[in-house]
Design a protein around this ligand. Structure first.
Ligand code: GAL
Length: 988
């Protein structure tokens, strides 16, 4: 707070490049294309024969449910959702990118779909009472349109309270001034939230699946404790939502297994979030045990509804006494000592996903949402005081939109769920233990059976879910074939699914396999089964393939080692034992109607399975709704989507620009041309298997030169400490009111506030110091000056979520000989945001709560306060919105915006710093002339700046094109790399 960095290097890091594709062409076989499920919207794919879902009052019957799963348009669905807050990525251009990446994770499938969970942010769209702004980065309609185009169903969670580590849990600042208890049935509070909920519902209404849109569920509130004060509020919310035309099921998110709102009053579908992994990301290898109680709890809580887990993920914070404990790591707190997101990503990495996510499958949960799949950035003043700028969350897609290994595991799991459509309708048949061959360890087996088809899926994991031990064991042979031996291994923290009796494609069936299924479906006119296993692991397959009984002609094209036995009956099953000792793809058991592919899991993980877009319907990219067809594409880091136009396959995706990419494609046999990102490619065919390959050359990246930050200009941003500063138009903090010292009660709810207190030194009792009580939220700071001379700083604290200090009382002696007849104390207060919590916790009054002049004989001061230009009522920057900035002089003058002319300013770089404690504004401009067609994710790295030894603690805010993209607190954390946003339309 007291000074800006005096030295530092600015550099750029984290560039991702998308290769646009290069023109080459080739022709190969031709076969007339089968009509896709596309000319009109047909809910043609795998409809349940007996949708037993129930129907309740006022609901559309487009979304229904039974005690296992949801049905959308009569199709049973496994919901595997991922949470993404568009408001944490303030660039509409990039919403599509993240949504496509979620979609490409393969979660939009025959039986499993990625569903997008979207929390709306009341505080961003309703800056002052009665004022709503849904434009630009707040445009819910645009977001929902993109979700629909990409092919994602949406679960909408509009609050009013969302928690989400955002300031006040999503409440607008002005709501903190409501004279009534928040999150209860208080009428003042009701008057505040009702217009917002009506607005959200008005927008969302036409986007419901019942009206042709993607919204399938709407959540009421979030984690609301049930008691006599909240029940009326909950009921009223449901009523208003229904009144406003919400006719898809209403849901809830109970904070843990508390039975809050599971019975009466209750929404249509009850859900609870769960925090099994109370952990500290600083010890990524430390795990808590998997919770095995979900299924049992579900039977008591809401047995006629599906088991719904609206939030589960990556890291499970432990909330004790309504505070996140210091063992939590979901969101990284201010430091020092905060473990950082890479630790969190490691702790909740692929093994965690394997064991914990599949434990939800074992509980027979068919509605699961992962919090967060993309976390994003707490730009501006979005954060609540417990988190800093990055909200990366250790998520599968990083803050810079890069795909992490967690994404890969998520994709593999989704591909299994997409293939195993029998898995959408299972019951738990039994839970038992399989003993290890040569140790006392055991495997926990949960057997899930589909009562309609008889398919059985066994979810296996180490009984001790935290164990690293390898277990070798024998899976009991469920078949009549004496060739099956069932020998398997679990490599420590790993979970596997063994499938039997599972049919796929046009009539093929996996009688039994210990391999993992990547893909089991039709591609064109062939049934394709793609299995994988860890390198060197031996797996078994007993297969009944449709129209395929001459497996004697198996080619062994690839590194797989197979032992092969055909049934003595020509129509009987075929038995294979498969393993590989080197990585690579093997194409086996090939005919014109069937293909078996086997690879090590690493090779399998390079594949994508984009649905082939249909044309002419609103669900063109929703697999099994708008389209039934898909292709397999390996080799590229990302394949976003595919479309078949007659015999030409159009693929869109990303390659690593600096190296050539070998695409491997399995498409319908009719495909003769491949177009990658708009450019025809030369394709090579493997005539036996039908695989196509195409080489995408490396791109020229020499144009990617990062600019230097030089030609700095400087302006003093704290003229308010000077006695002669004119504050006559500032708000008077009238001490006749109880709330006189709350900045928000004077219209300045967000960001830094500046206070000026006047007093005279005439007469009796000359003060020799001042005591102030200041509240800014944990990790805050407030600095004071008397007649322009620095008095000192009152520091709050939050060190790795411990020793949290949100408000502090501190005395500041006046240096001798400073007092004049008219005196001014200037106070700069950094507001870290409002708390989350129940009832009035989010009110968190920020400001100068109390003062007294020491030795002043009770003499009073006249205080005036200033914050963001125009305050909440008359924002000056409606484009970036109410949460972007605060009340620094520089912000009030608009110095941070790109259209401000700084040309006549003093030359000075941040490396030269300030000459005395204050606030300085340093600015420079630069050009990013990157070639088009590349995705560049650009960060500003403030590198090795650490001037604390020179000037003590300091704070720095980083603005790029007017957007506040980073806040650095030198003594409470060292996160210096800030995300910037690509946004061509919103630069000015
Ligand atoms: C949940 C809450 C979310 C988020 C999460 C932790 O309890 O519903 O909004 O705060 O915890 O990241």
């Amino acid at each position: 707070m007291t000074s800006f960095p005096t030295r530092g290097s600015y550099s750029w890091a984290g560039i991702q490049l998308v290769h646009p594709g290069y023109p080459l062409a080739a022709i190969r076989r031709f076969r007339p294309s089968k009509e896709a499920c596309s000319s009109s919207l047909r809910y043609c794919c795998f409809a349940s024969s007996t949708p037993a879902a129930k129907r309740f009052r006022g609901l559309s019957n487009v979304v229904r449910w039974d005690n296992v799963s949801l049905f959308i348009h009569d199709q049973r669905v496994f919901i595997q959702a991922g949470e993404f807050h568009p408001w944490r990525l303030p660039s509409r251009e990039l919403w599509r990118d993240v949504l496509q990446k979620m979609h490409a994770a393969g979660l939009n499938t025959v039986s499993s779909f990625i569903f997008l969970v979207l929390e709306a942010h009341w505080g961003l769209v309703n800056p002052s009472p009665g004022v709503f702004d849904w434009t630009g980065i707040r445009d819910l309609s645009v977001f929902l349109d993109i979700a629909q185009q990409v092919g994602l169903w949406v679960i909408l969670r509009p609050g009013p309270y969302i928690n989400a580590e955002t300031t006040g849990g999503g409440f607008p600042g002005w709501v903190t001034t409501v004279n009534g208890t928040l999150r209860t049935d208080d009428l003042q509070y009701e008057a505040a939230w009702t217009p917002y909920i009506r607005e959200v519902c008005q927008i969302a209404k036409s986007y419901q699946v019942s009206h042709g849109g993607p919204v399938i569920l709407v959540q009421v509130e979030n984690e609301l404790a049930q008691n006599a004060k909240t029940e009326g509020y909950f009921r009223r919310l449901m009523d208003v939502m229904r009144d406003e035309g919400i006719d898809v099921p209403l849901t809830t998110n109970d904070w843990g297994m508390n039975n809050y709102y599971s019975k009466n009053p209750a929404p249509d579908i009850y859900g609870f979030d769960s925090y099994p992994q109370g952990f500290d990301c600083s010890n990524p290898d430390t795990w808590s045990a998997v919770i095995d109680e979900y299924a049992f709890y579900h039977q008591g809580a809401n047995p006629s509804q599906p088991l719904y887990i609206p939030e589960c993920e990556l890291i499970f914070p432990v909330k004790l006494f309504n505070q996140y404990s210091n063992t939590s790591g979901a969101f990284d707190p201010w430091g020092p000592g905060a473990p950082g997101y890479e630790n969190c990503r490691e702790m909740t990495g692929m093994s965690f996903e394997s064991v914990f996510y599949k434990s939800l499958w074992a509980a027979n949960a068919k509605l699961i949402s992962y919090y967060m799949v993309y976390g994003g950035t707490n730009w501006g003043n979005l954060a609540y005081p417990g988190v800093y700028t990055s909200y990366d969350y250790g998520a599968a897609i990083s803050e810079g939109r890069e795909l992490t290994p967690k994404y890969t595991e998520l994709k593999l799991q989704s591909f299994f769920l997409r293939s195993a459509r029998d898995f959408t309708n299972t019951r738990i048949q039994k839970v038992d233990q399989l003993l290890a061959d040569k140790s006392s360890a055991s495997v926990r087996r949960t057997e899930l059976v589909n009562p309609k088809t008889g398919a059985v899926f066994s979810v296996l994991r180490n009984q001790d879910s935290t164990s690293h031990n390898v277990i070798n064991f024998t899976f009991p042979n469920p078949t009549s074939s004496d060739q099956v031996h069932g020998r398997m291994s679990l490599h420590g923290r790993e979970s596997k699914v063994v499938s039997s009796g599972h049919s796929f494609g046009a009539g093929s069936s996996i009688v039994f396999t210990t391999a993992t299924i990547l893909f089991a479906n039709s591609i064109g006119d062939r049934d394709v089964l793609f299995l994988h296993a860890a390198l060197g692991e031996e797996v078994e397959l007993l297969l009944q393939a449709s129209g395929f009984n001459n497996v004697g002609k198996r080619p062994s094209n690839g590194p797989a080692i197979i032992t092969f036995n055909q049934s003595s009956s020509p129509s009987g099953p075929t038995y294979l034992r498969l393993s590989t000792s080197v990585t690579g793809l093997s194409q086996l058991l090939l005919s014109s109607t069937f293909l078996l592919i086997f690879s090590d899991s690493t090779t399998a993980a390079t594949f994508y399975n984009p649905p082939m877009s249909a044309t002419g319907n609103r669900f063109a990219n929703f697999h099994s709704f708008g389209t039934n067809d898909s292709v397999l594409v390996g080799g590229a880091p990302l394949v976003r989507n595919s479309t078949l136009v007659v015999s030409t396959l159009h693929l869109f995706g990303d390659t690593v620009a600096s190296k050539a990419t070998n695409l491997v494609i399995l498409a319908p046999l009719s495909v003769d041309t491949v177009v990658w990102n708009g450019q025809p490619e030369e394709v090579f065919a493997n005539s036996s298997s039908g695989f196509l390959s195409a080489l995408i050359p490396a791109a020229d990246t020499s144009t990617f030169v990062l600019p230097k930050f030089d030609r700095w200009k400087f302006g003093n941003s704290l003229p308010e400490i000077e006695s002669e500063f004119n504050d006559s138009r500032w708000a008077v903090a009238d001490q006749g009111r109880d709330d006189w010292g709350s900045a928000c009660h004077h219209g300045f709810c967000e960001g830094v506030t500046i206070w000026r207190g006047h007093f005279t030194s005439s007469g009796e009792g000359i003060p020799f110091g001042i005591n102030v009580t200041v509240s800014g939220g944990q990790a805050f700071a407030a600095s004071l000056w008397l007649n322009s001379i620095f008095l000192g700083t009152a520091n709050g604290n939050s060190s790795n979520n411990m020793n949290k200090i949100s408000e502090i009382t501190k005395g500041f002696p006046f240096p001798p000989n400073l007092l004049e007849m008219e005196n001014v104390v200037a106070l700069v207060l950094d507001n870290m945001g409002r708390e989350e919590g129940n009832e009035d916790e989010p009110k968190s009054l920020r400001g100068l709560r109390y003062y007294n002049l020491i030795g002043g004989g009770g003499r009073t001061m006249t205080w005036l306060v200033q914050g963001m230009e125009g305050g909440n009522e008359k924002l000056s920057d409606t484009m970036r919105g109410v949460l972007n900035e605060g009340g620094f002089f520089a912000e009030r003058q608009g110095w941070h915006r790109p259209d401000f002319d700084h040309s006549t300013w003093e030359d000075r770089s941040p490396n030269q710093g300030l000459t005395k404690p204050g606030v300085g504004f340093f600015t420079t401009t630069f050009n990013l002339s990157f070639a088009s067609g590349f995705d560049t994710s650009v960060f500003v790295d403030m590198g090795d700046i650490d001037i604390s030894s020179v000037c003590g603690a300091y704070r720095a805010w980083l603005f790029v094109n007017g957007w506040q993209v980073g806040k650095f607190v030198s003594n409470l954390g060292y996160v210096l790399i800030f995300n910037t946003f690509k946004c061509s339309w919103c630069a000015n």
